[in-house]
Design a protein around this ligand. Structure first.
Ligand code: DLL
Length: 435
C-alpha cells in the first residue's frame, strides 16, 4: 500500500471531519460576509447572518456562486484579501468576454502544494520519482499546480509543459522519468508517438500517469495502461476552487477521494437546486473551506457526477466522487482547454464579414482533439476570389486563437447554408466517443 501523506486528515473519523468542516465553514462565512460585498449583499437578501451557520449542515442556507458571478465581479470583486496579500493569479475561460480570474495567498499556495502531494503519494509516488509535467504552464492551473506539488513531495519535476512532444520524449528517455502528468488524450498521443519511433516501455522508465483536466473513461485507462505499461490515475480539479488536486484516486481506482477538509462537496439537482443524496447523479458543488484569496460559497461546477460514501479499502475516509459523466452547461474541453460556444459567437459578432450562424464540429484525430468552426460569410463579403477567402479565414483563425486559446480549423460556408432551426439550436457536433 502506498504511503498516506496526511493520515490525520485523509483518514479522519467522519464525525470529527464534519466538526472540522463546520468550524471552518463558520470562519469562512464570517470572512466573506465582512470582506466580500457580493456575499454580504446575497446573504442580506436571503436574510442570513453569519451567526446562523453553526454546523456543516447549515451550508444549505447559503447562496450559490456561479461562473457568471465571477465574470460580473471581474477581476477582483470576489477576492476576500487585499491585493497586497495575493501572490499569484490564474485565469480560465469565461463564457464570453472576461476570463475567470482567481487569486491565491501564500497560504493558499501551500494548501495547494500539500493537496497535490496527497494525490501523488496516493498514486504511489515518492521522493525517488521523476515527473514530466505536460500540462500547460501559464494561466492554466495544470502546469504550475502539479509542479509545486511534485516539489512539495520531494520528487523531481521536469517542466516540459504542452506541445513539444519530440523534446518531451527525449527527456523522458534520457532523464529516465518515472511519472507523467498530462491530459488523458495527450497520454494516448504520446503512446502513439513513442510507438512510431519504435520506443518500447523497456526503453523508458515510466510507471505512472496522472491524468485529468478533461473527462476520460475506464476504457481509456485500460488503453493507456496497456500501451505505456503504467498505472494511470485520475486527478480532478478546477481553477475556481484551486486547480488540479481537488480530488484524486488511490491504488483502489474506485472513485476519487475529495480533499474534504479544504473543499466541501455537495450534489444538487441542476433544476431544483436541492441537495441530492449520496449515490444520485447531479451537479457537483464545492465550498472552499480554507481558501483565503478567493473563497467561494457553494460554487456550481456544472460537472455531473455522484458522491460515494464510506471508507475506502485504502483506509481513507473521505467522500469520493465518481467520474465526471457530463456537464449541465455547454462547455467543451478541447485539448484540456475549456471552450464555450458563446465565445466563438462573440468573436463572430465582432467581425462584420460573418453571420453569427455557425457550427462547431469537434473530433479526436490520432488522440488529439480537433475543432472545426463552420461559419457563414455574409453575402456582400462572399467572394470567388480565393486569396480574399484565404485572408478572411486567416483573420478569423487568429482572432479565435487569441480568444479561445486553441487553434481551430475554419470552414467558410456560403450564405444561408447552415441549417436554421426554431427553438434551441444545437451548434455543437461532438464526434469524440469517450468509450
Ligand atoms: O482543468 C484543472 C486541472 C488541471 C485538473 C489538470 C486536473 C488536471 P479548469 O481549466 O478550470 O481546471 O477546468 C475545470 O475541467 O470543471 C471539469 O469539467 C474538467 N476536468 C478537470 N479534471 C477532470 C477530470 C482544470 N479528472 C474543468 N475528469 C472541470 C473529468 C475534468 N473532467
Amino acid at each position: 500500500m502506498a504511503e498516506i501523506w496526511n493520515p490525520s486528515k485523509e483518514c479522519m473519523e467522519r464525525e470529527e471531519m464534519r466538526k472540522l468542516q463546520g468550524k471552518r465553514l463558520r470562519k469562512l462565512v464570517d470572512k466573506v460576509y465582512h470582506n466580500v460585498p457580493f456575499y454580504r449583499k446575497k446573504m442580506q437578501e436571503m436574510g442570513i447572518m453569519p451567526e446562523d451557520i453553526e454546523t456543516i449542515d447549515d451550508i444549505v442556507k447559503l447562496p450559490f456562486t456561479t461562473k457568471q458571478d465571477l465574470r460580473d465581479n471581474y477581476p477582483y470583486g470576489l477576492f476576500a484579501e487585499p491585493m497586497v496579500n495575493i501572490v499569484r493569479l490564474h485565469a480560465s475561460s469565461g463564457t464570453t468576454g472576461n476570463p475567470t480570474v482567481v487569486g491565491y495567498t501564500q497560504k493558499d499556495l501551500s494548501v495547494w502544494s500539500e493537496s497535490i502531494a496527497r494525490c501523488l503519494a496516493a498514486y504511489g509516488a515518492t521522493r525517488n520519482d521523476i515527473f514530466t509535467v505536460a500540462y500547460g504552464y501559464g494561466l492554466f492551473t495544470g502546469g504550475l499546480g502539479l509542479h509545486y506539488g511534485v516539489e512539495h513531495l520531494g520528487a523531481t519535476v521536469i517542466p516540459t509543459s504542452t506541445g513539444n512532444t519530440a523534446k518531451h520524449i527525449k527527456l523522458m528517455k534520457d532523464c529516465q522519468s518515472t511519472a507523467l502528468a498530462c491530459t488523458p488524450s495527450y497520454a494516448l498521443y504520446l503512446a502513439e508517438q513513442l510507438a512510431a519511433q519504435g520506443i518500447t516501455h523497456n526503453d523508458i522508465s515510466l510507471k505512472m500517469c496522472i491524468l485529468g483536466g478533461e473527462p476520460w473513461t475506464d476504457n481509456m485507462r485500460k488503453d493507456i495502461e496497456n500501451k505505456l505499461h503504467v498505472d494511470a490515475y485520475n486527478i480532478y480539479g478546477l481553477s475556481e476552487i484551486m486547480g488540479p488536486g481537488v480530488s484524486y484516486e488511490c491504488e483502489c481506482k474506485n472513485g476519487s477521494h475529495i480533499i474534504e477538509d479544504h473543499f466541501y462537496p455537495e450534489i444538487i439537482s441542476p433544476d431544483t437546486l436541492e441537495q441530492l443524496p449520496y449515490g444520485e447523479q447531479g451537479e457537483l458543488v464545492f465550498t472552499t473551506l480554507t481558501k483565503e484569496g478567493m473563497p467561494l460559497l457553494r460554487y456550481r461546477t456544472k460537472d455531473l457526477c455522484s458522491l460515494i460514501e464510506g471508507k475506502c479499502e485504502c483506509g481513507r475516509t473521505a467522500v469520493r466522487m465518481s467520474r465526471i459523466m457530463g456537464r449541465s452547461d455547454d462547455m467543451l474541453i478541447i485539448r484540456g482547454i475549456n471552450v464555450f460556444p458563446s465565445q466563438v459567437e462573440s468573436v463572430l459578432l465582432e467581425l462584420p464579414e460573418f453571420e453569427p450562424q455557425y457550427k462547431l464540429v469537434v473530433d479526436r484525430v490520432n488522440n488529439l482533439d480537433t475543432m472545426q468552426v463552420q461559419v457563414e460569410v455574409r453575402e456582400n463579403f462572399y467572394s470567388d476570389e480565393i486569396s480574399k477567402m484565404i485572408d478572411l479565414k486567416r483573420r478569423l483563425a487568429t482572432k479565435l486563437q487569441s480568444v479561445l486559446g486553441i487553434s481551430c480549423d475554419i470552414k467558410l460556408m456560403e450564405p444561408h447554408t447552415i441549417e436554421r432551426c426554431e427553438g434551441k439550436t444545437n451548434r455543437v457536433i461532438d464526434n469524440r466517443k469517450l468509450k
